[in-house]
Write a protein that binds this ligand. Sequence first.
Ligand SMILES: C[S@@+](CC[C@H](N)C(=O)[O-])C[C@H]1O[C@@H](n2cnc3c(N)ncnc32)[C@H](O)[C@@H]1O
Length: 282
Amino acid sequence: MARVPRLDLQNVTDPSDERLADYVSLTDVALRSRHEPEKGLYIAESSTVLGRALRAGHRPRSVLLAPRWVPDLERMVAEVWPDETASDEPAVPVYVADEPVLEAITGFHVHRGALAAMHRPALPALADVLAGARRVAVLEDVVDHTNVGAAFRSAAALGVDAVLVTPRCADPLYRRSVRVSMGTVFQVPWTRVDPWPGGVEALRGAGFVTAALALSDEAITLDELVADPPERLALVLGAEGHGLKATTVAACDLVVRIPMAGGVDSLNVAAAAAVAFWATRA
Ligand SMILES: C[S@@+](CC[C@H](N)C(=O)[O-])C[C@H]1O[C@@H](n2cnc3c(N)ncnc32)[C@H](O)[C@@H]1O
């Protein structure tokens, strides 16, 4: 029988309780700047997302949830840390609060009643993320967390092996990105590629053909790319407003366009990513 890991359940009724500092009126940006780089935290919201984070090996610093989610947490933790009672790890504080108290603490409606302050894992080296990958997506300066989360979800679902985010791209571990991604930001290997677009050279050196997804008239169509697919392919997607930088387009091996109809000039970046991921699946 699996031994129940050590969770230290503590009831909280006062929203100003000092133990809840990680959750009080904090934006995720504030969390990052307060604790990065060594002690960075991110917030996992909902029991589903927390479960995925735990299965990916991430460790909670603490958990804050409504009473009805406690059995769910105990089951998930027993599943991912069956030998926890034998380890020297300190017990994870689990703060249990009624839903109105939760909202008073955080300042927002807590999706499915559970939040966890998670330790940010160190970002892997670019070479490690690329090793063995055949399909890679690069998100250049995509600033909308919803788009980042949606692109990761598509990457996971459509067989993209890794995602690279440029230095100015929104944080995949921002609360909203994590939630929209359905926790797939924990599943798909990813890292920051810095410098950019200098990193195109690193991709090329690792054997990738780099394809800039852009609306250029000189572009080949996605169908033409798919007709003769490279063994290792990096699909480079641009920001919501201006698209890819001209220097990035110039640095890439190919420029690829998804043909548009209906008088529409472009797709949302996450939609373009899903189309391209599906068409070029290995
Ligand atoms: C909303 S679009 C940006 C549109 C921008 N005005 C432009 O000219 O690129 C965001 C990103 O989605 C991708 N994208 C959207 N529609 C596309 C299409 N029809 N063909 C290729 N890429 C597309 C591109 O990577 C683009 O940078």
